[in-house]
Write a protein that binds this ligand. Structure first.
Ligand code: SF4
Ligand code: SF4
Length: 347
């Protein structure tokens, strides 16, 4: 275990940023966001960023390739720029789990090499949540915010950050800055971290959503929930704005479009949303004609379809972003509470 006191945190960030691009959460007008570290940047104290860390591996917009045509000849231009090493500091346990969810979608054969390259080049400093919020329910999905995964796991106390490398990639990076952050041999690391873990698990037990359970959901529940009467009342106020899908760390839908740039074609991949009326529109028509169908698709995918194809793993990590961002206060918790209850109440 290594220790850096908070008054030397800038020194540590500068040392890491000297090795690779470093991103840290900083406060902005739109809430905490990951930004590239620059001298003087102050790490946000917010529990989580408005947008999740999935952007680093699956960006909202990316130029996949370009084409140039000359008569019948087509030249394909590789514009990849995702081969650069980078590190993200302060990723919470829920967002770290979201990478497992995304991995199953993007790394199953044939692997998405754009995503794969970024995963290989990214180093994750996870940060235990000392104060989980009332909207957090990561525990529902078996995630422990006191024991996040990641390449380097960090614990912040009032005066220091303790760090422990968990992967070879993490150990190599920490070794490269060992003149700044040395091993905490014989120090207070273990007891400080254990005290933090104790505080976190006590707080987790008291959260309002601590008892929310996935027991009634799973990969074999399509027949049970598909025609549930609760979908009607749950979905009727949904604006189809897609906010819930854009802030969600596990949503993974995208669209690919070609644009004529004048001197050639540019192919882009952009996030899409199953909540949009034109999502997966095909020449044969739109497969989901109503907002109820689109709304149902999003939550059935998180709670039934994804676990059916992924050994029971749910594709929600309980980060709580959709609870705080939906303009009509609709969210996955209300869906989980109301489905299968035989009614149309969405309170
Ligand atoms: S559930 Fe809420 S955030 Fe999601 S599309 Fe509907 S209105 Fe927008
Ligand atoms: S569905 Fe909501 S709570 Fe679950 S991972 Fe997505 S944004 Fe977070």
């Amino acid at each position: 275990m290594r220790k850096i006191t908070l008054d030397r945190l800038d020194e540590f960030f500068a040392a890491v940023a000297g090795k690779l691009k470093l991103y840290i959460p900083v406060d902005t007008a739109g809430g905490a966001q990951f930004q590239q570290w620059r001298a003087g940047a102050k790490m946000s104290d917010a529990l989580n960023t408005t947008r999740s860390a999935k952007d680093f591996f699956f960006p909202q917009t990316e130029n996949l390739m370009e084409f140039k045509t000359e008569g019948k000849k087509i030249e394909i231009i590789d514009v990849r720029r995702e081969n650069e090493d980078f590190a993200i500091f302060g990723v919470r346990a829920c967002d770290v789990r979201s990478f497992d969810v995304l991995d199953r979608a993007f790394l199953s054969e044939p692997a998405d090499t754009y995503y794969q390259n970024r995963r290989e080049h990214g180093v994750i400093f996870s940060l235990a949540c000392s104060k989980p919020a009332e909207t957090c329910f990561c525990g529902t999905f078996g995630i422990d915010p006191a024991n996040p995964k990641g390449d380097i796991v960090c614990y912040k106390t009032d005066d220091a950050i303790y760090m422990e490398a968990k992967t070879e990639k993490g150990a190599n990076l920490m070794d490269s800055v060992s003149d700044i952050v040395a091993e905490d041999e014989g120090g207070d690391g273990e007891s400080a971290v254990n005290a933090q873990k104790e505080i976190i698990s006590e707080r987790m037990k008291k959260l309002p959503l601590a008892s929310l359970s996935t027991d009634k959901f799973g990969g074999d529940k399509t027949a049970k929930f598909f025609d549930d009467p609760a979908w009607k009342s749950l979905s009727e106020s949904c604006l189809g704005c897609g906010t819930c899908t854009f802030v969600c760390p596990t949503c993974q839908c995208y669209d690919i479009k070609d644009f004529n740039a004048g001197n050639g074609i540019k192919r882009f991949r952009c996030w899409d949303s199953c909540m949009y009326s034109e999502f997966t529109k095909m020449s044969a028509g739109q497969p989901r004609l109503t907002q109820l169908e689109r709304f149902r698709q999003r939550f059935m995918h998180k709670l039934v379809y994804y676990p059916a194809n992924n050994d029971g793993m749910f594709s929600c990590v309980g980060c709580g972003r959709c609870l705080s961002k939906c303009p009509i206060q609709m969210n996955i918790v209300k869906v989980m509470k109301n489905l299968g209850e035989g009614g149309e109440n969405n309170g």
